[in-house]
Ligand binder design. Structure first.
Ligand SMILES: *Cc1c(COP(=O)(O)O)cnc(C)c1O
Length: 461
């Protein structure tokens, strides 16, 4: 059998910035050991996020040139609306400048003080927009999601028993909708099965409650349904996408993910009444209803990006690249979370660096080692991110200390993946010598990981 090869080639290139270990030692010290503080030219391979970091196609770049910048009724908006409606079936579309803006607008209509919104491991900004309105987000993800030792093909699934429990305890009057995140970012880009979406729909119908999809990676989710779930193998990605959205009443979207654009978002809905209410908030917060914070050209590129993202050839190259990195790491004995998700590989830092005490930020220590070793920037998903308990102000130690290697769409090559894996391997070979980590010099009262300043504890390499 011939090896797999990407179904695209490179027309335009962007320089990368190699550096020496001495350079990086100085830069990361100046950055107070916070990877968010680095300048992009101080990073060689940037695996901080897959959000807004993808490469557009020649068709998307061409679409930019023919964008219609009319304030109202732009042709580019029509293209975008038609594309979204034909993919999802939702007739009502509101553009926004990014995903959290879609949440802000839609939740301004739907979420009231004292409400409870059950879902599968709500994304940070989703939870933020719920809690900001003095409502509560309840995580109803299946238990298998937080156990790295068990295999489950759809670790983003909701537990219907947990949903039932939330309805029993709080009553349906306090529950404006159920939110389903596809794929579930917070559990590692894990997909939700079609069967589970159907079960959630049936459950919601029993109570007469709407279902909203947080759909940032809906195309990657459809790929997993096609390749992992019984009965979907011979269906096209778009047929699966259409069926998925037929099980929801509306969606919020961060187009920076599966829209393959650098900025953008939208809301799409079945209900004209909710759309009308949301329109007012969109005009207040985002912009007029036919642009909502996006340029005409950006809407044109997004319309094209959504079409490309829902082709099997694109999705196969995307997911295979992510899984290639995971497989090389696994073959080298490096502890990684499985099954591999859609957009990132999660390295289990707790098992990688067993000698670093948890009080010294194990995952951050590994992410910093990786940067110093190779210039690769990853992101900590551990104690710094988990923050402090708001009442006791004690550090919250999460079940898992993870380093996330997030792969931008269509940006890096297989050689880059090999480089990242080799850097990890070098560190793994001297894991015994890494016995200490970092302590905090400054932290903000909330969301500290973005701006935290750290100091090296003597003994760390
Ligand atoms: C990125 C993301 C968001 C927020 O979108 P932004 O475009 O970053 O504002 C919401 N939900 C999920 C699942 C996401 O991945």
């Amino acid at each position: 059998m011939l090896p797999y090869a990407e179904p695209y080639k490179i027309k335009m290139i962007e320089p990368m910035y190699p550096s020496t270990r001495d350079d990086r030692e100085q830069w990361i010290k100046d950055a107070r050991y916070n990877l968010f503080n680095l300048k992009s030219h101080q990073v060689f391979i940037d695996l901080l996020t897959d959000s807004g970091t993808g490469a557009m196609s020649q068709e998307q770049w061409s679409a930019l040139m023919s964008g219609d910048e009319s304030y109202a009724g732009s042709k580019s908006f029509e293209q975008l609306r038609e594309t979204i409606t034909s993919l999802t079936g939702f007739p009502y579309v509101l553009p926004t400048h990014q995903g959290r803006a879609a949440e802000n607008v839609l939740f301004s209509v739907l979420v009231k003080e004292g409400n409870v919104i059950p879902g599968n491991a709500h994304f940070d900004t989703t939870k933020g927009h719920i809690e900001f309105r003095k409502a509560n987000a309840f995580d109803c993800t299946i238990d298998e999601a937080s156990d790295t030792s068990v295999y489950h093909p759809f670790k983003g699934n909701l537990d219907i028993g947990k949903l039932e429990n939330v309805f029993q305890v709080y009553g349906k009057e306090r529950i404006p909708f159920i939110i389903v995140t596809i794929t579930c970012n917070s559990t590692g880009g894990q997909p939700v099965s079609m069967e589970n979406m159907k079960a959630v729909r049936e459950f919601a119908d029993k109570y007469g409650i709407p279902v909203i999809f947080d759909a940032a990676r809906f195309a990657e989710n459809a790929y997993f349904i096609k390749t992992r779930e019984k009965g979907h193998k011979d269906r096209s990605v778009r047929e699966i996408v259409k069926e998925m959205f037929s099980l929801a009443d509306g969606m919020t979207m961060s187009s920076k993910k599966d829209g393959i654009v650098n900025m953008g978002g939208f809301i799409a809905l079945n209900s004209k009444a909710i759309f009308r209410e949301a329109t007012t908030y969109n005009i207040m917060f985002e912009g007029y209803i036919t642009y909502g914070g996006m340029s005409g050209r950006d809407m044109a590129a997004l319309a094209r990006g959504l079409k490309e993202a829902t082709t099997f050839a694109y999705l196969e190259s995307r997911i295979k690249q992510v899984h290639y990195l995971g497989e090389v790491l696994r073959e080298n004995g490096i502890p990684v979370q499985e099954p591999f998700g859609g957009h990132a590989i999660f390295v289990d830092a707790g098992r990688f660096l067993p000698r670093v005490p948890k009080e010294e930020f194990i995952a951050q220590t590994l992410a910093l080692e990786l940067y110093l070793e190779s210039g690769v920037r990853a992101v900590e998903i551990g104690t710094l991110l988990a923050d402090r308990n708001p009442e006791t102000r004690e550090n919250r130690y999460p079940k898992l200390e993870m380093v996330r290697l997030t792969i931008p769409r269509r940006v890096y090559t297989r050689n880059h993946m090999d480089y990242v894996a080799a850097a990890m391997q070098h560190i793994y070979q001297r894991q015994d010598t890494i016995t200490s980590g970092y302590k905090i010099r400054y932290e903000a009262p909330i969301m500290r990981h973005f701006t935290v300043e750290l100091e090296k504890i003597p003994g760390s390499v």
